[in-house]
Design a protein around this ligand. Structure first.
Ligand SMILES: [Ca+2]
Length: 114
């Protein structure tokens, strides 16, 4: 599967953290979540992801969107909540894993993200 979409994120994140600091970076993740979510549900769904990527001028194929949802969906409801989105973004950026432990496992999440 072609994952260029995520590679772009990975390249981008470390420099964002460097310029924004960890808290500012998490704030950016929240902004990203709100850009992509379904405003009525407060969740990122396939439909909201597809539509908002289109609105933002991002060319992302359906299978990449599905992959992102599958990878990020921890509770199995088929959509991403804010916490799942943040965890996914960190998981997709291995460079950040060497820094402070911001998330733990699928079972428990650091209060910083709540
Ligand atoms: Ca979910």
């Amino acid at each position: 599967m072609d994952l260029d979409f995520y590679m772009d994120f990975e390249d981008y994140f470390p420099s964002m953290v460097a310029s924004l600091g960890a808290e500012g970076f998490i704030g950016e993740l929240y902004n990203g979540f709100h850009l992509l979510m379904d405003a009525n549900k407060g969740l990122i769904t396939f439909e909201s992801l597809k539509m908002n990527c289109f609105m933002l001028g991002l060319e992302v194929r359906d299978e990449e969107l599905v992959y992102m949802l599958m990878e990020g969906d921890l509770d199995g409801d088929g959509a991403l909540n804010q916490m799942e989105f943040c965890i996914l973004m960190f998981r997709l950026s291995p460079c950040l894993m060497d820094g402070p432990k911001i998330y733990t496992t699928h079972q428990g999440v650091d209060p910083m993200l709540m």
